[in-house]
Design a protein around this ligand. Structure first.
Ligand SMILES: O=C(O)CCC(=O)C(=O)O
Ligand SMILES: [Fe+2]
Length: 300
């Protein structure tokens, strides 16, 4: 504890239990600080100057991402996180991932909803499929570099420029703001639409085989749910399905609200580990109790 902190306490005459609370808070801040990396240790900001909106490199990057988004419904920034930093983030999470991660295992339809108003229960667009993977929630990793990256506001601002939104906000939900998911041998995330307009992921560890990100761009629109197209996709008869595999450190942004996607089963002993970041156009967004229970097995 630095001396001047103690001195300033005594100057303003904080006493007893308040003093002890303040001392504990200082210790907590110092411990957190010692575990915090400089952001440039984590992200390649020379290659991707997302923190310099005035420079021409920033404008060019935004334009490139926008072009990729309109052409492919996604963009990728390979090496956005230094691969060695991704490796140590995974190592730091490994004990919690092994023991405290929620096993997300369920049968669900592509909407992750019980029913869709106006759609009969036996409509093929509601066909069920199986998902299994392991999830750590934001409240389980306050000191991981993943937290620092999610809370690095230039990233949210850069994404809002790419998406041409006035502002993007971090999610408020203490569980759902960002997650890290591990896919073990045989595990997969099945077809689904996301809740937010776009989804941002950061691959931390690649599996030996499998674990591809499979997607079908713009299958529906806000005005047309295209249930027959959804049924065709689920039958495996959509010839516009594409697939990519990512390298550790890649930031992937895709329009998941209308682009159904899945992760193919992982093969081999190395887990596929990925961070998922959620941003919204309005502040204070929370999951419902039902969503928390479904995705994380707990309400709080
Ligand atoms: O693991 C991935 O690459 C995709 C994750 C995803 O689709 C989701 O969390 O909604
Ligand atoms: Fe998704």
């Amino acid at each position: 504890m630095p001396k001047d902190v103690i001195n300033s306490e005594s100057k303003i005459e904080i006493q007893g239990c308040e003093k002890e609370n303040l001392r504990l808070r200082c210790v907590e801040i110092l411990v957190r600080y010692s575990m915090t990396h400089s952001i440039t240790d984590l992200l390649d900001l020379d290659r991707y100057p997302i923190d310099q909106p005035q420079c021409s490199g920033y404008t060019e990057l935004v334009a490139r991402c926008q072009a990729d988004l309109s052409e492919n419904g996604m963009f990728n920034l390979s090496g956005f996180m230094h691969p060695d930093a991704a490796h140590s983030a995974v190592a730091q999470l490994a004990p919690d991932m092994a023991t405290h991660a929620f096993e997300h295992k369920r049968e669900h339809n592509i909407y992750f909803l019980k029913d869709i108003p106006g759609l009969p229960d036996d409509h093929p667009a509601l066909q069920k499929c199986k998902t299994i993977n392991h999830t750590l929630c934001a409240d389980q990793m306050p000191d991981n570099p993943v937290t620092q990256i999610y809370e690095f506001l230039p990233l949210a601002n850069f994404l809002s420029d790419v998406m041409q939104r006035p502002k993007l906000y971090l999610m408020e939900d203490p569980l759902a703001r960002y997650n890290v998911m591990a896919y073990r041998a045989g595990e997969a995330l099945n077809w689904h639409f996301d809740r937010s307009e776009f989804t941002t992921t950061l691959l931390l560890q690649a599996p030996e085989q499998g674990g591809a990100f499979v997607y079908r761009s713009d299958l529906r629109t806000a005005d047309d749910p295209n249930y027959d197209g959804v049924a065709r996709l689920l039958r495996g008869q959509d010839d516009q399905v594409k697939s990519i595999t990512l390298d550790p450190g890649t930031l992937n942004v895709f329009k998941g609200l209308n682009t159904p996607h899945r992760v193919s089963p992982v093969q081999g002993e190395t887990e596929r580990v990925i961070a998922v970041f959620s941003y919204y156009e309005r502040p204070g967004v929370m999951f419902s109790q039902e969503e928390r229970l479904g995705f994380y097995g707990r309400a709080g």
